[in-house]
Design a binder for this molecule. Structure first.
Ligand code: ATP
Ligand code: MG
Length: 197
């Protein structure tokens, strides 16, 4: 049965279900491949300041790529989310252990608040974008709260690379709204889709 891309919330629910049913070992193996491809990519090589996302259990695991970035002395940021305003601030981290991070909104580890680590969105060279579904034009469906759409609007100079399992990329065009921000590239375990250079 073809997947319907006319309705973002229907597509979101289907993909979230598929991601949940995805075997943890498969997820781990694919995430390693995807992180390897990201670290080898031109976009990553050229970026000095990167905003990653901290992976939830069913998403592409970014931790290996974060570790590689820290080793290469890049400036690594993770989102600090403000649930009242729906705004993401990029905050620099110096490592991935408990001294640097604590569980925050949605149970996701974030840089500790109160430390002066905020990096202006205009200074970010590369945003590693999470998502629930993508199409071949770079259209994206997230969790439906608009956090990334808002953030990406303010990070205009940044290259936007999405990481996804291959089944999350649909062939049919996703029907998006005017506030939806597209990504420039999508890396899956099988493909590196470059929408625009
Ligand atoms: N740039 C924006 N400015 C103001 N509100 C916005 C903006 N972008 C999105 N929103 C709000 O967020 C809501 C959810 O957006 P959407 O359904 O596109 O989320 P999403 O892209 O799936 O989620 P996310 O970006 O959090 O992963 C929209 O209905 C809209 O009201
Ligand atoms: Mg959106």
């Amino acid at each position: 049965m073809p997947i319907s891309c006319q309705d973002k919330s229907q597509l979101r629910n289907l993909m979230k279900k598929m991601r949940k049913e995805h075997h943890p070992l498969e997820r781990k193996k694919k995430s390693e491949t995807i992180c390897g491809k990201l670290v080898e990519s031109t976009g990553f090589g050229q970026a000095k300041t990167i905003l990653f996302y901290y992976p939830k259990s069913d998403e592409v695991d970014t931790l290996a790529a974060i570790a590689a970035s820290l080793e290469q002395k890049k400036t690594v940021c993770l989102p600090c989310t403000d649930r009242k305003t729906g705004v993401i601030t990029a905050c620099e981290i110096s490592g991935l252990d408990g001294h640097n991070l604590e569980k925050a909104a949605f149970g996701i580890p974030e840089p500790k608040p109160g430390e002066n680590t905020a990096v202006p969105a205009q200074k970010i060279d590369l945003v590693i974008v999470p998502g629930v579904a993508f199409d071949l034009h770079g259209d994206r469906v997230g969790h439906g709260l608009g956090y990334y759409d808002r953030f990406l609007t303010s990070a205009r100079k940044a290259k936007k690379i999405a990481l996804a399992f291959d089944f999350q990329v649909v062939n049919e065009k996703i029907v998006c709204e005017s506030h939806d921000v597209t990504v420039d590239e999508i890396i899956t375990e099988k493909r590196h889709i470059v929408v625009r250079k």
